[in-house]
Design a protein around this ligand. Structure first.
Ligand code: SAM
Length: 217
């Protein structure tokens, strides 16, 4: 997601109570940070935050953390949270490559990956958020019964991801190549990218990944 530089973004982010500025300090203690014992769902690459703010609004019994590395983009999500003031949503200006610094083993119940950057060039495959390296990191922070919900309109990224996650020892379920016309459409919360690309007529692919003991044969 490309946005023009927003000069005021960083000072506002830095002073915001809705952003956790030292996420590593809360590793293994997010329940304490939220002050409750609710399940923890995170979105990696939340963009402008429509998905996670809507989810947090609809599901007050779940705690949410939105992770975004671009300040100008996170700023848009922060503007939404400044209006909503949802007690069950915290934003992190952080790179998901370091996700194990922020969450302990078995701390997270669910991870959302929505319209992750496709990195189409083969030599950039390791940067894709569904690469084996990233999936290994998610496996370390997810509870054994936890899952990853992935959606994208990019068929190449989707096909790559289905292969990559199985190689990394994950099973695939709830798969559809046309989410909006599938049995999974009900209750689907659209992201900013999803609205844009489905509006252009692109079908949305979606699947759920669960970690298994070892790589599938
Ligand atoms: N999920 C949003 C949506 O569906 O509208 C945004 C999709 S946009 C294509 C991908 C977002 O992921 C960008 O805002 C980008 O900055 C963020 N991103 C990519 N890699 C990331 C990483 N390693 N850590 C945190 N955010 C990342």
């Amino acid at each position: 997601m490309r946005l023009r530089h927003i000069a005021k973004a960083m000072p506002i982010i830095e002073q915001s109570e809705f952003v956790e500025h030292d996420p590593a300090a809360w590793k293994g203690r997010w329940k304490e940070r939220f002050g409750n014992d609710r399940p923890l769902h995170i979105e990696v690459g939340m963009g402008k935050g429509r998905f996670i703010t809507t989810m947090a609004e609809q599901n007050p019994e779940i705690d949410y953390i939105g992770i975004e590395r671009a300040d100008a983009v996170l700023y848009r999500a922060l503007q939404k949270q400044q209006e909503l003031k949802l007690p069950n949503l915290i934003l992190l200006l952080a790179d998901a490559d370091n996700i194990e610094e922020y969450f302990a083993e078995n701390e997270v119940d669910r991870i959302y990956l929505n319209f992750s950057d496709p990195w189409p060039k083969a030599h950039h495959a390791k940067r894709r958020l569904t690469s084996g390296t990233h999936m290994d990191k998610y496996a370390n922070i997810l509870k054994p019964e936890g899952c990853i919900c992935f959606k994208t309109d990019n068929r190449d990224l989707f096909d790559y991801s289905l292969e990559a996650v199985q190689e990394a020892g994950w099973s695939i379920s709830d798969l559809t190549y046309d989410l909006h016309h599938s049995e999974y459409a009900e209750g689907n919360v659209m992201t900013e990218y999803e609205e844009r690309f489905s509006g252009m007529g692109n079908p949305i692919c979606r699947a759920v990944f669960r970690h298994t003991e070892g790589p599938e044969s």
